[in-house]
Design a protein around this ligand. Structure first.
Ligand SMILES: [Zn+2]
Length: 154
């Protein structure tokens, strides 16, 4: 059954009570734990991961204090995303591989802006900064720079 983007448990410990969500670009799914079977190019929209209160405190410190990414420890099975086949099943229609470029470009630009304005813009929270750092780190690890795939199709 197609369920869409349902709320998921904590991607680190499985606790169903989560307090914080991070949204990631589709290709970042490759960096998650046990992600070998995920065809990230078939992901429609963002990949979301959720954290319980205590794990979020750890993740925030990890990212902000040490610059490390929590993604390799986050379980893919607890992430929420929508695959193209789910849409096809719902719509009884075969769709082309989704074009993730506009979404990823937007996420890349948003992340950079958050990093630049955190501390001076009161609406940019620590959560936003953690998300931005994780997103930029993921693009970096996967070899995506603005000069390559994100702007190539424009
Ligand atoms: Zn947890």
């Amino acid at each position: 059954m197609y369920t869409g983007q349902t709320e998921r448990p904590c991607c680190l410990c499985g606790n169903p009570e989560t307090t914080t969500r991070l949204d990631l670009p589709p290709r970042a799914a490759q960096l998650l734990k046990n992600s070998e079977s995920i065809a990230w190019r078939d992901i429609e929209g963002e990949v979301s991961i959720h954290f319980c209160e205590s794990d979020w405190a750890t993740v925030r410190d990890l990212v902000l204090d040490t610059g490390m990414s929590p993604l390799p420890r986050c379980n893919t099975a607890q992430a929420s995303f929508v695959l193209r086949e789910d849409f096809e099943a719902l719509l009884n229609d075969v769709r082309d591989e989704p074009d993730q470029t506009p979404l990823e470009r937007e996420m890349h630009e948003d992340a950079k802006r958050v990093v630049e304005t955190h501390g001076s813009d009161p609406y940019v929270s620590d959560r936003d900064l953690v998300e931005a750092r994780v997103v930029l780190d993921a693009f970096d690890r996967l070899g995506v720079t603005e000069a390559t795939s994100l702007s190539a199709t424009e």
